[in-house]
Design a binder for this molecule. Sequence first.
Ligand code: MN
Length: 235
Amino acid sequence: METISRRKFVTDSMKVVAATAMVAPLMNTEVYAAAGAFQFTQVALPYDYKALEPHIDAMTMEIHYTKHHAGYVKNVNAAIAAEKISYSTEKDFFANASKLSSKAKNNSGGAWNHNFFWQVMKPNGGGAPSGKIADAINGSFGSFEKFKEEFTKAAMTRFGSGWAWLVNDNGKLKIGSTPNQDNPMMDISELKGTPLLGIDVWEHAYYLKYQNKRNEYVAHWFNLVNWDEAAKRLG
Ligand code: MN
């Protein structure tokens, strides 16, 4: 009895091994990230594609989220696996951006920046901030109007593709911009700090509705600012 069941066990085990061997070549076509390595995920969009109209149109949102952003997330995770990048936190990942391949750097920025971008906007947002974020803005820029002026300038003077940011640099708020998908948490960035707000000024973010008129897109974008989120990130 014991012998039979042991034989059966061995036979069954061999079937499992055989089955595994059969599927293994297929599985090997995907490269898996090292255990414990940080990987990027795409946040669920906190509202639907048409929720930010008339400032950002539904088609732009859908393409931006499902094609551009999804692509960055897929590509950075592929790079993490293929290049065996093993940073365990997002913070370490960006602090070592200078050591990353172009693929890992550009797509990690693209993944993170868009997750952030969706969250710092909301339908019926905008207006002037209140509370501690208003105090911090007034303290750093003099007034809300001055802040808007400086932020708009950063967004308008970024040549080509990139982002404009409001960051908290150890209690001091700063405005600046980064090229491509760089962000202020990367060691290669001239602008340093914790992002509180950011605007994507790549043409894919506005071209369908605004064509070459980036100024109109930026002016409209202020109607979407999620000040509660910025305040939360200020801490
Ligand atoms: Mn974008």
